[in-house]
Design a protein around this ligand. Sequence first.
Ligand code: GLN
Length: 537
Amino acid sequence: MAETKYIFVTGGVASSLGKGIISSSIGKLLQARGYNITIQKFDPYINIDPGTLNPYEHGECYVTVDGHEADLDLGHYERFTGIQTTKANNLTTGRIYKSVIDKERRGDYLGKTIQVIPHITDEIKRNVKLLGQKYHYDFVITEIGGTVGDIESLPYLESIRQLKWELGKNALCVHLTYVPYLAAAKELKTKPTQHSVKELQSVGIQPDILVLRSEHPLNDNIRRKVANFCNVDFEAVVQSVDMPTIYEVPIRMQEQGLDATILKKMGESVGETPSLGPWRQFLERRHKAKEVVNIGLVGKYDLQDAYKSILESLSQAGTYNDYKVKATFINSEKLNEENAEEKIKDMDGIVICPGFGQRGIEGKIIAAHYTRVHNIPTFGICLGMQMMVIEFARNVLGYEDANSTEMDEKTEYNVIDIMEDQKNITNMGGTMRLGAYECILKQGSRVFEIYKKEHIQERHRHRYEFNNDYEKEYEKAGMNCVGRNPESDLVEIVEVPGLKWYIGTQFHPEYSSTVLKPHPLFVDFVKTAIENKSSKK
Ligand code: GLN
């Protein structure tokens, strides 16, 4: 394609309608037609990135291969399209302002008064186009965080208005809204959608396509009414009804011709509808899987979004094992010696989740102990791996006081310690060991068997690490260091051979598991949990 085309995805009426899923689905459908695409997210908050945000604020922090702490929607983009994102795929108002202020300090604006319009909007526009220009994408899909009508969203909407004007057919706006069902009146209500579109129109944007989220199917009359009231073609009013799995959404969008409508509106020839074969096979397998394997997630946030990528990785791995994964949250703060058995015994496998800080770590250590002693498949991720290491020191090596210096600076047995190059860092944002690093797996280890190769690359997000001074003692006592970084010699993976599955990774494999390429560690972990379940029968 000669010129890059820009698709904007905005949202109205309410947040959490699934703009990320719609953006990912559009990306998936265009990709299936052979187009070169990327998806980016612009978030209207002032933090530079979500790295310093509490998961209760904004869910999981996703990490890109190039070490950017990103919005969790980038996880959806990667899981749907299999295309890796980078720092350039996620911007925030904070980063936009920072860049403008840095330029102002350098004197780049030659004495001008710096204003939201044009300086902030120009910077937004420059960033919208950056990826397209650099990599010559056919389509750049830009999801705008927040909801139309928020004060914070205004500069983004003004930028879209300008870009639509400048780019003509090469820019298009998909607006996602909500059609509530009033049970008392037994009616679906389009008024909120009309208002939301009016809001967009009031800032000069006419949406080209409307995606209506609803819990109930919408009939043609409702779609026609919305089309009429909102100046949108009937065929460009698409519905997105609740699905048993988010991975159904691209199929439902394709059935309604969302991708074809986009192409037509942007002046591209439509061609044949792609079959989405492997995607459909995945869904078919997913629907056929009836038996359930129970996985307990030990962590301190009782909020689904906080462990989004782990949940998705587990559920994908379930499908590839022809099982349904039922993930049960086990609050690590409430886990103690007395109730551990009752909370864990019925689980076929346990994931000990990542995290930061003191809260809930003793519960994670108790879980690691229970599962090791009772031989329940256990997957420790990042802080989870560190807690497995601490548990082993306390209960096998006999170092009762063993800890991570993150939790107890004065511990005599600092089996998890701060990395040398982290010691003098005072800024919290963006300064951890972040992004993909190489790891070499030990031949003969369980992980080597799982990955079936020696060299792997996995994404990181941590400051603390296994203390190599203790390695020999661990190995002698039966916990092996089976993956390490070739340059820094940092330990990346520990495992206890002989147990069904007791593996801890310092990295986050959940960030790189996608629908069509599930992560081998998750697939093997779930497989072992299923075997564990069967052996109990
Ligand atoms: N808090 C631990 C560290 O900084 C683990 C981080 C994590 O689980 N992502 O090393």
